[in-house]
Structure formats: structure tokens, C-alpha cells
Design a protein around this ligand. Structure first.
Ligand code: DGL
Length: 269
């Protein structure tokens, strides 16, 4: 029998793990290769040109090396900037991540929603378009937080939570005009659902946090509906594009997602 082709789940760091969970729930036997672009992390503070140059080329090399069934770009920053270029360059199904403005607008009673993402994501014209299309009767506040991305990375490394940092990230939305009316927050960076409990804990009132991970999982399942997966999947594998022994600190956190760390020392990006 032919070796099953993996689902390749890609992010700059560990954020894509928030997407891995619902994918596993729908496709428990699919072999998983999780790739964190440690050589390019963080994406959110980079320019459009840097992301646009990096992501399609890197995914092209990864596709060649691992022959995945599907690539899931589990990263809002990479998707809002480079999804079209990746799709044009690669001849396989690509699932992207889109800020969940539509479901947020559907559920907001106050008609004030917040978009919490990376700095690069919140300034994208793609986000303007989503706001115009799906939330034209809402005030859409935006805040980019590199600190919150790093806090999510720290959580996976087992570092105790810095609640002041979480408060600062949420205050970036709450302190804007209209912020006191905001009832719904789009987690427009895949790192952020990993720290939703911490955000909820520092929220001054009940806020609804919305993201697109369930839709990404459904789309991935649909695209692979004709694939026969192995009887049982073993643990998945996690690969960092630049290996360093310091990354050993992620081993435990990755094991909680049933991922084994690949420590191949070759430069992969
Ligand atoms: N997880 C990523 C996103 O969804 C980006 C985090 C970063 O590298 O800044 O946007």
C-alpha cells in the first residue's frame, strides 16, 4: 500500500496548533506534519513584501519535500498577504485562514466588534474588504499585538502567564472610541485562541471571542473526502524550519497535541 500523504499545517510558530485540534477531531487518522517557520518568526512585524517573498517559496520547498495531500496555512498574516500567490504557485489544495469578521458581525448585539490580530494582518486591505462586506453596519475596531503572539508562544513553552501583558493586548481594543460597547472580538491570529482563557480572565465584562478554526477543519475534511486514511494514525510530527537546541523547550507542549518534535539539524528554509 502507498504511504499516506500528510496534511501539512503551517504557521510562523505554534499558533497553528489551535487549528490542528479541530482538524484532528474531523480527521483523526490523517497523518499530520506541523511546520513552524522558526527561521521567519514572527510574521506579524514583517512587511508585506517580506511575507509575500517568503511564504510561497518556503511552501513550495515543503510541498516538494513532503508531498502533502493539502496545505493548511494556519496563519492569518500569511493568508491575508500571500494566499493567492501560494495557490497560483502550487498544484495542490491550499486552505487559508481568514479573519472571522462575518461570524462576529452575525452575533454582535452592540454592533461594535474588535479585530485582534498581528500588526501586519490588521492593516491589510483584505480586512477592509471583509469589514465592508460583512460588517458594514458595525464599528470595527482593530488592534495588532506582537506581545500577544509571544505570550502564546510562552504558554506553549510552559512559562507562567503574564496577566498584565494579556490586559495590555485587550486594552488595545477596549481603550479605542467605542471600545466600551464592544461585545465580540475576532481572534484574527491563530496564536490567540491558544490564550483565550487568559483573555477571558482579564476581560472587564463578558466578551465573545470568535475565530475561524472550525471552518478551516470542515474545509480540510471536504477537500480530502475521497482520501482513504490509514487505519490508525500514529502521532504527528512537528518541524521547525530552523532547528536550534533551544527549541527543545517546546517538546512537552507539542506532546500535548500528540506531536513529536523532529530535530533534524539540517537548515530547511
Ligand atoms: N499565527 C500567525 C497569524 O495567524 C502569526 C504570528 C506571527 O508570527 O506574528 O497571524
Amino acid at each position: 500500500m502507498q504511504k499516506a500523504r500528510p496534511l501539512l499545517i503551517f504557521d510562523s510558530g505554534v499558533g497553528g496548533l489551535s487549528v490542528l485540534r479541530p482538524i484532528r477531531a474531523l480527521l483523526p487518522a490523517a497523518p499530520i506534519l506541523y511546520v513552524a517557520d522558526s527561521a521567519g518568526y514572527p510574521y506579524g512585524t514583517k512587511s508585506e513584501a517580506e511575507i509575500a517573498a517568503r511564504v510561497p517559496a518556503l511552501l513550495g520547498r515543503l510541498a516538494e519535500r513532503f508531498d502533502p495531500e493539502v496545505i493548511v496555512i494556519a496563519c492569518n498574516t500569511a493568508s491575508t498577504i500571500a494566499l493567492d500567490a501560494v495557490r497560483a504557485a502550487l498544484d495542490l489544495p491550499i486552505v487559508g485562514t481568514v479573519p472571522a469578521i462575518k461570524p462576529a458581525a452575525e452575533r454582535s448585539a452592540s454592533r461594535v466588534i474588535g479585530v485582534l490580530g498581528t500588526e501586519a494582518t490588521v492593516r491589510q486591505p483584505y480586512v477592509d474588504r471583509l469589514a465592508q462586506l460583512f460588517a458594514s453596519d458595525c464599528i470595527v475596531l482593530r488592534h495588532g499585538s506582537a506581545e500577544l503572539v509571544e505570550l502564546a508562544e510562552q504558554k506553549l513553552r510552559g512559562t507562567p502567564a503574564n496577566m498584565a501583558g494579556y490586559r495590555r493586548a485587550l486594552d488595545g481594543l477596549l481603550s479605542q472610541p467605542g471600545g466600551n460597547e464592544m461585545d465580540t472580538v475576532v481572534l484574527a491570529c491563530t496564536h490567540f485562541p491558544l490564550v483565550e482563557p487568559e483573555l477571558q480572565a482579564v476581560a472587564p465584562r463578558l466578551l465573545a471571542f470568535v475565530d475561524g478554526k472550525e471552518g478551516i477543519a470542515r474545509r480540510t475534511a471536504w477537500l480530502t473526502r475521497e482520501v482513504t486514511w490509514p487505519e490508525r494514525a500514529g502521532p504527528g510530527h512537528a518541524l521547525f524550519t530552523r532547528w536550534s537546541p533551544a527549541l527543545e523547550i517546546y517538546r512537552r507542549g507539542l506532546a500535548a497535541y500528540d506531536l513529536q518534535l523532529l530535530t533534524d539539524k539540517r537548515e530547511r528554509s
